[in-house]
Ligand binder design. Structure first.
Ligand SMILES: NC(=O)c1ccc[n+]([C@@H]2O[C@H](COP(=O)([O-])OP(=O)(O)OC[C@H]3O[C@@H](n4cnc5c(N)ncnc54)[C@H](O)[C@@H]3O)[C@@H](O)[C@H]2O)c1
Length: 242
């Protein structure tokens, strides 16, 4: 059987890092896309040839990277996980509302959180179709409610990504490609704002989520166990519904 291949953005830490390790342990080849150079000692045992250094906040760089990614594939891609994300904060880690976020920041957030997913999925459509693969977009619960820390640019970019997921599921469906989203709640990674721990008391499960718990849901959506799920956004949120 051909070894399955995943392309993952934002692999250096947090949910992305846990996702690399999960797919790797299931025997997948993982190609990582990250702002950072390939690490001297790769924690998941990958090779330099399976890494693309790419700043997703630069739209031209992202568009140009598609060719380099295609060269690493054997004409097929089993899964694309658009995980990279940025969440701008004020100087004390506070949420930035619509007016406090400068226009350059609005652009950067939308390039990383939204536009990069469009570029990669469109650019790699033929390879995804050849494998009847899956796309998973990592959204956020902040895309569907006002969140105390997330802020306007982040939340609207994630809402746009959720809408893109539905649209893309419709358009890619005839190719046999499924497209879904995972919306994490409060997960213990660097993206969390200082003070998020105060939310924990209000969470029904009384704890933050772990990156591995999100990676498990991403893996499910890329596996045959979810073969009739497409266009869905699944929250991994510890029952946080407000
Ligand atoms: N942790 C949470 O509570 C939470 C909640 C909801 C959604 N999310 C989403 O989960 C995803 C992963 O976030 P995380 O929690 O692991 O946070 P994180 O900050 O640890 O990881 C974000 C990743 O995105 C990468 N990235 C950021 N800007 C980039 C750029 N310009 N070019 C390339 N890569 C870039 C980073 O290098 C990093 O690997 C993000 O999309 C985030 O919005 C996280």
């Amino acid at each position: 059987m051909t070894r399955r291949t995943l392309l993952l953005t934002g692999a250096s830490r947090g949910i992305g890092h846990a996702t690399v390790r999960r797919f790797n342990s299931e025997g997948w080849r993982v190609i990582t896309c990250s702002r950072h150079p390939f690490p001297k000692e790769c924690p998941w045992g990958g090779g330099r040839e399976d890494h693309v250094e790419l700043d997703l906040s630069d739209p031209s760089e992202t568009i140009n990277a598609v060719g380099a990614i295609q060269e690493k594939l054997d004409g097929r891609l089993d899964a694309l996980v658009n995980n990279a994300g940025v969440s701008p904060k004020g100087p004390d880690g506070e949420r930035l509302n619509t007016l406090d976020t400068d226009l350059m920041t609005w652009g950067k957030v939308f390039h990383v959180n939204f536009f990069a997913s469009v570029v990669l999925a469109r650019g790699l459509r033929d390879e995804l179709a050849a494998a009847k693969g899956s796309v998973v977009n990592v959204t956020s619960i902040a895309g569907s409610r006002v969140h105390p820390f997330a802020g306007a640019a982040y939340s609207t970019s994630k809402a746009a990504l959720a809408a893109l997921t539905r649209e893309m599921a419709h358009d890619f469906g005839p190719l046999g490609v499924r497209v879904n989203a995972i919306a994490p709640g409060e997960v213990e990674t660097a993206i969390l704002s200082p003070g998020t721990d105060k939310i924990v008391a209000k969470l029904p499960l009384k704890r933050l989520g772990q990156p591995e718990e999100v990676a498990a849901a991403i893996y499910f959506l890329c596996s045959q166990d979810s073969s009739y799920i497409s266009g869905a956004e699944i929250e991994v949120n510890g029952a946080q519904h407000v």
